[in-house]
Design a protein around this ligand. Structure first.
Ligand code: SAM
Ligand code: SF4
Length: 330
């Protein structure tokens, strides 16, 4: 069988995002409901199952894996999982998205385990607001985590900010200052309608163009053709050569044409597109065929042919996908 993965539109899939847990120590307003029920343990992939799938994908052309969640750093055994995945021959980059709350103690072990880059979520620099957005997060702990990560030797660190009118849109410039003064990248994300989170998302929608104009009030921006293998479009700022400013704009700039990725949910469902419910159950095959990967591989190839051409998010704020981001692997 072909050892690369291709979808029905000729797009090569070489990037896998794996959710390693649906659990999290935060309850961000855009990601979760306040009162979440998490999955029973037997429905969640074991570490050996996560590793087996990672190895299968890398053996078939995947070059980059992002571990995410939920909060990946609350999963027990995560550092040794990273070490094993990072050592897979053919994998070019193991990266992770984290909320930063555990990084004071975990940043160095992760870097030592072979995680090359980190994305860290940071939605506000105001402790009260940060606590309100995350529904219980401690800003000081996260900022200390970012400093620990900066000292740990990652190839790159990027902050992620979901911009919401009425909550943090007025902090865009402060967040840019924070990032560029430390040589970090920062991406601004338009909120996506994943899961019913108990409020209308349309009211807080904030477009990337609005954010960009805001940044241009303080900095000289110039476009950059750089790609990080993700959906962000980048600009650079005059005088700050180390940092890039990214815009992830699922509503206003559809990025589907260059989509090279699939997602694995924490239950072992392979999701072909963040904006659609289609998925296939790899956990059942993993457990039915402990000795051979061929049935899994055939199912993955067949599923890729059904990867949709594009998502259909609109900025109305309507829930269009019932899954929450934490189970999906954002
Ligand atoms: N817990 C980690 C974190 O917060 O970075 C990793 C998982 S989180 C689901 C991954 C990313 O998804 C975060 O940057 C978060 O801001 C983003 N995210 C979550 N829900 C979102 C939504 N509805 N729209 C846009 N981005 C979202
Ligand atoms: Fe947790 Fe990340 Fe979701 Fe916030 S965005 S609730 S930190 S999984």
């Amino acid at each position: 069988m072909d050892s690369t993965l291709q979808d029905g539109f000729g797009r090569s899939v070489d990037y896998l995002r794996m959710s390693v847990t649906d659990r999290c120590d935060f309850r961000c307003v855009y990601c979760m409901a306040e009162d979440m029920t998490f999955l029973p343990r037997q429905q969640v992939l074991r570490l050996d199952e996560l590793y087996r799938l990672a190895a299968l994908f890398v053996g078939n052309g995947v070059r980059k894996i992002r571990l995410t969640g939920g909060e990946p750093l609350v999963r027990k055994g995560i550092v040794s999982l990273c070490e094993r995945i990072a050592a897979l021959p053919g994998l070019q980059e193991l990266v992770m998205t984290s909320n930063g709350s555990q990084l004071v103690k975990m940043a160095q072990p992760l870097a030592d385990a072979g995680v090359r880059r980190l994305n860290i979520s940071l939605d506000s620099l105001d402790p009260m607001r940060f606590c309100a957005i995350t529904r219980n997060g401690d800003l000081a702990q996260v900022l200390a985590g970012i400093s620990a990560a900066a000292a740990a030797g990652f190839a790159r660190i990027k902050l992620n900010t979901v911009v919401m009118q009425g909550r943090n849109a007025d902090e865009v410039l402060d967040l840019v200052d924070y990032a560029v003064n430390r040589g970090l990248d920062i991406s601004f994300i338009e909120e996506m309608p994943l899961g019913e989170v108990g409020r209308s998302r349309g009211e807080s929608y904030c477009s990337s163009d609005w954010v960009r104009e805001r940044i241009a009030q303080r900095y000289s921006l110039f476009d950059s053709a750089e790609q990080s293998g993700g959906p962000a479009r980048y600009v650079r700022l005059q005088g700050f050569p180390e940092s890039r400013i990214g815009f992830i704009s699922p509503h206003s700039h559809n990025f589907c044409a260059s989509c090279n990725r699939v997602r694995l949910t924490v239950e072992g469902r392979l999701l072909l597109c963040l904006g659609h419910e289609h998925s296939i159950d790899l956990r059942a095959l993993l457990r039915r065929y402990p000795e051979t990967d061929q049935p899994l591989l055939s199912a993955i190839h067949a599923a890729l042919l059904r990867k949709p051409q594009r998502h259909e998010f609109s900025s109305s704020g309507e829930v269009q996908v019932l899954r929450f981001m934490n189970a999906t692997g954002g």
